[in-house]
Design a protein around this ligand. Structure first.
Ligand code: NAD
Length: 260
């Protein structure tokens, strides 16, 4: 059976999501781009995709912290582009503070974007996948879905929650041709790390580049960042037929961080 591989990658204007979208586009998976950026900025990105990969993707601007916005976007995609068969829940934010100082509004925002948005997108995408008898759900969790670090209460709670949500989805859909997995990256070179790098540089009185090395060696034995494209290649493999029995997993790609 040949299924149209149509992938929505949330948060694909930057970092890991953009790299996943690029690997998909390069390998013949139709991509729908998404982010907070304006329609004009999204159009620039879709033009670049057309130049680089020969196919112009759609772009949707949507704040996934609001469930009603996610509902509107999913309905528009279904009517304007078609049935999503690959869903990559990648959009995410970070904020660090000790738990007794953690601002409640930041907690709510992180849980909404890093966890609840994935639930909403999944519940809306699954009926279409069930109809097709094929689907791939790839949730970008983190090493912080598997282990904890100080000052990351909301992030760890959301990312651990995403692993649990993904496992339940895998159990419910395993006999329907659908797989659901988490990818759990360690330090990956994207703008999301900028605040943490600047804080590290301030605290240790180092340059930004020295802070990168310092941050890596504080957690992972592998002496480099994960490249966003490497996460893209793993996501691509999860979309292949060879990965049909891989479901309910939380796969670290973390330079050995969680091997401790
Ligand atoms: P990034 O800041 O480069 O990209 C984040 C993306 O999410 C952007 O496209 C942004 O527009 C989108 N986004 C943020 N808030 C949004 C909202 N409210 N509505 C819609 N879109 C929103 O970050 P990144 O490092 O590429 O992170 C991508 C994912 O990978 C996140 O879920 C993050 O937690 C996870 N992750 C990152 C690392 C790392 O070291 N960079 C490690 C583990 C996991």
């Amino acid at each position: 059976m040949s299924v149209r591989k149509l992938a929505l990658v949330t948060g694909s204007t930057s970092g890991i999501g953009l790299a996943i979208a690029e690997v998909f586009a390069r390998n013949g998976i139709e991509v729908i781009l998404h982010g907070l950026e304006s329609i004009a900025e999204g159009e620039e990105l879709t033009e670049r995709f057309e130049r680089d990969y020969g196919v112009r993707p759609h772009y949707y601007q949507c704040d996934v912290s609001r469930s009603s916005e996610v509902e509107k976007m999913m309905a528009r995609i279904a009517s304007e582009v078609g049935q999503i068969t690959v869903l990559v829940n990648n959009a995410g934010i970070q904020f660090t503070a000790p738990i007794h100082e953690f601002p409640p509004d930041k907690w709510d925002k992180i849980i909404a974007i890093n966890l609840s948005a994935a639930y909403h997108a999944m519940r809306l995408a699954l009926p279409g996948m069930q109809e097709q008898g094929w689907g791939r759900i790839i949730n970008i969790s983190s090493v912080h879905g598997l282990v904890a670090s100080v000052n990351k209460a909301a992030y760890c709670a959301a990312k651990h929650g995403l692993v649990g949500l993904t496992r339940v989805t895998a159990l419910e859909t395993a006999a329907q041709g659908i797989t659901a997995n988490c990818i759990c990256p360690g330090w990956t070179d994207t703008p999301l790390l900028n605040d943490q790098l600047m804080a590290f540089a301030r605290e240790h009185n180092t340059s930004f580049d020295e802070a990168k090395q310092g941050l890596i060696s504080s957690k992972a034995p592998y002496p480099d960042f994960v490249a966003p494209s490497e996460i893209g290649e793993l996501a691509l493999f999860l979309c292949s037929d060879a990965a049909r029995a891989i479901t309910g997993t939380a796969m670290p790609i973390d330079g050995g961080w969680t091997a401790h």
